[in-house]
Structures are given as structure tokens and as C-alpha cells.
Design a protein around this ligand. Structure first.
Ligand code: GTP
Ligand code: SPV
Ligand code: MN
Length: 616
């Protein structure tokens, strides 16, 4: 039975049903009883595998088709009337053509199935940040994941009232045919259509599709920002709290930083990190002239491989109940889950993520095809499970940001941390970000590509206009956060990560926050302000870069070094990207920053060595 009298919702559901032709329509009210019944049904059909109730209560494993394991950027479209409005960062399709194509694919595809209607809110229902979506889907997996990742149920329809507007999301699993897979966004119609996938970011339409692609477009028009950022709170020994947001590309460390456990001596002093969000931030101007952020999600869709008690205790703890695992391995000895990096010992009896018995003897770390869990296997865990979830998690007004941090995977050039000279320079740094690709999207991994503000796959409009929006937002706030860039992934000449990372990133965070309060030194370099080695606390750091080689102050100096030659090349690269890709919509302020970077690098560039060779 319909749970609302909102005629727009009823019309959308009716139209969707006409298209998909399901046998049955079920409205999701979000009640524990309804969710439990759906889990039971999914276990019966094999869509979910029930895990050990004692060890992992209320936890389930789901395996996707092998062709459906990550976001598909080349099949993700922004469908605006005007092609230019989608920009060079997006694949574009004419909206009329896109609707026709999607309708053709989805027509009748729900025959014999149930269509679920999921009313959900991104953000706390009733807060001024919150926005409501309705996703219809023929997948129980989607219902159960959305129920963890967003706030689901009748209260969302009540918030809409009789004629409130919402984001329409239509998902049809179809035959999970990769050649007919389309993730389409219609920002001008507040509509999302997803067909032929049943994986994470492609189908949990509240997440990347709504909370980033559609929301970034809304934010541009309404004067706020939707960003691919974690939000964390730092509590000082005296009880004061500061908040930081950080944008790193997919699988580059947001969840890990958001849940960081500081090194022992910080804990002993009374420092604490709390998680507000691990993937998405919606940011608005506050009346106090600061930027305020909320996490519109309600759970974590986190990368499983590499997560363990030491690397991310809080994430692991978050997955111990009420969690859905996707594409990890099943330990058949005790019906628990396993993935590479969970433990040093390999489980003896495992079913791999494709559903086949796994032979630990054949496991080779360097060969992804021998992995038991897919490199992009994930856990969907409720935020309330997280031991370090912030008391501000459900705050309606959000948290004020002291700093914004950008970062990516860069084997060289980019130092461990540096600070922008001002807001516009910070926007320049974000716009110029590059990072090596990861398994979070299909395609080659480890390829360096431009990923401005970690939003390359998620900006629902023209990237040049997005940069301009950042510049405008800065001009409108009297007390903007300071902007920084970090790189946890600098490598030595043998390809080993030099910086210990994870919990030790607290040492960098501390410098960042001190800079925000004018309590730490820095040196001015062509790229911005960089700490001196002695400005970063290395107390008790005992990290082995490789066997027998410990991290030293000299290593720190090396990863803080700015090589003007490399940065001149980087500047050329950025210019190539601006001119060749973004073209005429780059704001003048960013061109100015690029010129400044070049002239500052040229000024410090060592003069070419004079030859002393007499035969010369
Ligand atoms: P998405 O959910 O795809 O947006 O990813 P994310 O940005 O939240 O990344 P996540 O924290 O899940 O980390 C992804 C991978 O990076 C994992 O394999 C981590 O082990 C690794 N990682 C995270 N932080 C660090 C770090 O400080 N140093 C190193 N070397 N690796 C890290
Ligand atoms: C990402 O790729 O940045 C993710 C996972 O957070 S997904 O939801 O699949 O986009
Ligand atoms: Mn993400």
C-alpha cells in the first residue's frame, strides 16, 4: 500500500511500474520487521549468505556478477540539454535519447520480480541540509544497503508532505549485461536511471549519483557544495574540538583518515579523533562566516582489503554486526569473512569472491587474480557501529570546518604536506590534483590522471564551472577554512611507501591544525607553505620502510622537499590539462595561480651547473 499522498511520488512510482512491469510493488517503511523479512527472503534465494550469528551477528555476504564489481565511469552519463554543460569531465548523452534508450532496456525487465519503493533522506530528516530521494529498484540487495547507507522510511515521505519535491531514482537490475549498463543522470530533471548493474556506487543511488553528481549541480545553483570528502573531529587534551574535511580520490584513504587512532603519546595526552563522515560532505555557509559541513550518509561503504585491527581498528569494529559484505571471501570453517590484509595467516578453507574454492598455496600478493577477495570488495556498515563516531554525527547544523585537505596517490613530486597561501591558491591546488587510479572504478589501476578535488567522476556539470563555484564560495565566506594538500603515498626508489601513514597521519594533522591557529612554523616555497622537518612530531615513530630500514628525519626531509624542476614540469602538465581538457571555462584566478607557481619555481631553480671540465 502506498505510504504517501504526495501526487508526484505516486506518479513516479506508477510510471516506474508501467515501465518495469513488476509483479508486485512493496513500499519500504524502514521497520525492523520488514527489513528482517527481506533479509530472510534474500538468504532463501541465495542473494545473501548468512554469516556466523555468534561471531558476526546480523551480517551477510553478497557476491556480484564478475562483470559488475566497481563503478563504470565510461558508462556513466550526465544528460543535460546542452552538451557543454556536462563538461569535458563527463560522458554526455542527449536527455531524450538517454530516456529512450533506458526505457527500451528497462521495459518489462521487472516481470516476475518485485519493485521496491525506497523513500530515503540524505542528511538528518528535518535539517536544512537534508534532501529526500525515492529510489525504486528490483533488488533486495539495494534495499538493504540503502537502509544502512541512508535514512530510510516513512518519515522521509512525511517530510515531503503533499507536494514536496524529491530526487527520482530508477534502478533495474535487468540481466546485469555489461554492454547494456548505463548510469544516467538528468540534473535538469532531478532524475537518475541505472540499468544492468547491481553493484555499490552504480546502484545505491543516494550515494555518488545523488549526493555528489546531482547534489553538486544543485549546490552550484543554490550556493552550497557537495564534495567527495571525509569529515573528522579532533578533540584536544583541553576538550576543545576542531573539524577537518578531506578530499582524496576513491580508495586513497578517506575512511582510514576519518577513523584514525592517534599514536600512543597523543592518546596519553588526551587527543581523540571522531568520525563525522568517510566519503561525502555537504557544505554550507554559516551565519558566522565559516563553512559548515554535514555527512549526508548514514553508513560506510568501505574498502575491505587492507582493513585490519592495526590499520583501521574502528572500521573493522564497525563491520562486526549488521553489516553486508560484498565480494569478500567466505571462510567456510566458521562462516566468517576474509580478505587480503585482514590477517597474516591465510585461511585454510575459503570460497573466493567468485564463489569458487580458494587455494591459499597459489596466493601471490602481486597477482590480483589469485586474491580471495576482490580488490574493490566492500563492507556496508551502519555509522552507529563505529566506536569513534562523532557525537555531532546526527547534528542538524553540521560542524564548522577549520581546514580542508586535498590529497592523492603520488609516488613523487608532491610533498607529505603543504599549505595554500590563501583560498584561491587552495582552489588551484585542488584543481591541479592528480592521483594514480585504483580498483574503485573499472579500468587500469596505477595510472596517474587528473582528479580535481577528487571529483573527476562525480561532478555533475562542467569542471570549469565547478572551479568557478569554489572561487565564488571562498569570496562569500569571511572566515574560510585553510586549505592543505597531503600525500601519504610518496615512494622511495624501490617503490616502497616512505611515510608510515594510517595512525601516524595524526602527526601531519597536528601541524595542519596548529597552522590554522598560527601556532606552527613553516617555510614558504614555490608551491606554498611547507613544514620544516622539526615541525612534525616524530616521537616514538618506529616505522620500517623496508626490512632493516627505519624511517628517519632524513626521510622526512626527503618527503618534504620541493624540487623546483619537477614542479616546473608539473606546472606545464597542469597548463596542458587546463588548456587541453577544461579549456575556456578556467577562472582567471586559477590562471594567475599557475603563473605564480611557474615564476616562483623559475626564481628558485638552481642555475645550470657551470662545467669545470677543462676540455669543454
Ligand atoms: P572510497 O571508499 O573508494 O572512496 O575509498 P577511501 O578514500 O575511503 O579509501 P580507504 O580509506 O578505504 O583506503 C583505501 C586503501 O588505501 C586501503 O587499501 C588502505 O589500506 C590504503 N591507505 C589508507 N590510508 C593509507 C595511508 O595513510 N598510507 C598508505 N600507504 N595506505 C593507506
Ligand atoms: C568510491 O569509489 O569513491 C566509493 C565506492 O566510495 S562507490 O560507492 O562504489 O562509488
Ligand atoms: Mn568514495
Amino acid at each position: 500500500m502506498a505510504l504517501t499522498k504526495n501526487s508526484k511520488v505516486l506518479e513516479f512510482v506508477e510510471e516506474s511500474a508501467k515501465l518495469g512491469q513488476p509483479d508486485k510493488i512493496v513500499w519500504i517503511d524502514g521497520s525492523a520487521k520488514q527489513i528482517a523479512a527481506l533479509k530472510e527472503e534474500a538468504v532463501k534465494s541465495g542473494e545473501l549468505i548468512k554469516l556466523n550469528e555468534q561471531l558476526l551477528p546480523d551480517c551477510y555476504l553478497h557476491r556480484t556478477k564478475v562483470n559488475d564489481v566497481a563503478r563504470v565511469e565510461d558508462r556513466t552519463f550526465i544528460c543535460t540539454k546542452n552538451r557543454d554543460d556536462a563538461g569535458p569531465n563527463n560522458y554526455w548523452m542527449d536527455p531524450r535519447q538517454a530516456y529512450e534508450l533506458a526505457n527500451e532496456i528497462a521495459r518489462g525487465s521487472m516481470k516476475g520480480r518485485t519493485m521496491y519503493v525506497i523513500p530515503y533522506s540524505m542528511g538528518v530528516v528535518g535539517s536544512s541540509f537534508a534532501k529526500i530521494g525515492i529510489e525504486v529498484t528490483d533488488s533486495i540487495y539495494v534495499v538493504l544497503n540503502m537502509n544502512i547507507m541512508t535514512r530510510v522510511g516513512k518519515q522521509c515521505l512525511d517530510a515531503l508532505g503533499k507536494d514536496g519535491d524529491f530526487i527520482k531514482g530508477f534502478h533495474a537490475k535487468c540481466n546485469v549485461d555489461a554492454d547494456k549498463r548505463y548510469i544516467m543522470h538528468f540534473p535538469e530533471d532531478n532524475t537518475i536511471i541505472s540499468v544492468n548493474s547491481a553493484y555499490g556506487g552504480n546502484v545505491l543511488l543516494g550515494k555518488k549519483c545523488f549526493a555528489l553528481r546531482i547534489a553538486s549541480y544543485l549546490g552550484k545553483n543554490e550556493g552550497w557544495m557537495a564534495e567527495h570528502m571525509l569529515i573528522l573531529g579532533v578533540t584536544y587534551p583541553d576538550g576543545e574540538k576542531k573539524y577537518v574535511a578531506a578530499a582524496f580520490p576513491s580508495a586513497c584513504g578517506k575512511t582510514n583518515l576519518a577513523m584514525l587512532i592517534p599514536p600512543k603519546h597523543y592518546l596519553e595526552k588526551g587527543y581523540k579523533i571522531e568520525t563525522v563522515g568517510d566519503d561525502i560532505a555537504w557544505i554550507r555557509r554559516g551565519e558566522d562566516g565559516r563553512l559548515w559541513a554535514v555527512n549526508p550518509e548514514n553508513g560506510f561503504f568501505g574498502v575491505a582489503p587492507g582493513t585490519n585491527e592495526h590499520s583501521n581498528y574502528n572500521a573493522l569494529k564497525s563491520t562486526q554486526r549488521g553489516t553486508i559484505f560484498t565480494n569478500v571471501a567466505l571462510n567456510t570453517d566458521n562462516m566468517t569473512v576474509w580478505w587480503e590484509g585482514l590477517s597474516k595467516e591465510l585461511p585454510e578453507h575459503c570460497i573466493d569472491w567468485t564463489g569458487k574454492p580458494w587455494d591459499p598455496a597459489k596466493f601471490d600478493k602481486k597477482d590480483k587474480s589469485t586474491c580471495a577477495a576482490h580488490p574493490n570488495s566492500r563492507f556496508t556498515a551502519p555509522a552507529t557501529n563505529c566506536p569513534c563516531v562523532s557525537p555531532e554525527f546526527d547534528s542538524k547544523r553540521g560542524v564548522p570546518l577549520s581546514a580542508i585537505i586535498f590529497g592523492g596517490r603520488r609516488a613523487s613530486t608532491t610533498p607529505l604536506v603543504y599549505e595554500a597561501r590563501d583560498w584561491n591558491h587552495g582552489v588551484f591546488i585542488g584543481s591541479a590534483m592528480s592521483s594514480e587510479t585504483t580498483a574503485a572504478a573499472t579500468g587500469a589501476t596505477g595510472v596517474l590522471r587528473h582528479d580535481p578535488m577528487a571529483m573527476k567522476p562525480f561532478t555533475g556539470y562542467h569542471m570549469g564551472d565547478y572551479f568557478a563555484h569554489w572561487i565564488e564560495m571562498g569570496a562569500k565566506v569571511t572566515n574560510p577554512p585553510k586549505i592543505f594538500n597531503v600525500n601519504w603515498f610518496r615512494c622511495d626508489k624501490d617503490g616502497n611507501f616512505m611515510w608510515p601513514g594510517f595512525g601516524d597521519n595524526m602527526r601531519v594533522l597536528e601541524w595542519i591544525l596548529k597552522r590554522c591557529e598560527n601556532k606552527a612554523d613553516a617555510v614558504e616555497t614555490p608551491v606554498g607553505f611547507v613544514p620544516r622537518a622539526e615541525d612534525i612530531d616524530l616521537t616514538d615513530l618506529d616505522y620500517e620502510i623496508k626490512k632493516g630500514k627505519k624511517f628517519t628525519v632524513d626521510d622526512l626531509k626527503e618527503i618534504l622537499e620541493i624540487d623546483a624542476d619537477k614542479w616546473l614540469k608539473e606546472a606545464d602538465e597542469i597548463e596542458g590539462y587546463y588548456k587541453g581538457t577544461i579549456k575556456d571555462r578556467i577562472p582567471q584566478e586559477l590562471w594567475d595561480c599557475l603563473e605564480t607557481l611557474k615564476s616562483k619555481c623559475s626564481a628558485v631553480k638552481k642555475p645550470a651547473k657551470k662545467s669545470t671540465d677543462k676540455n669543454d
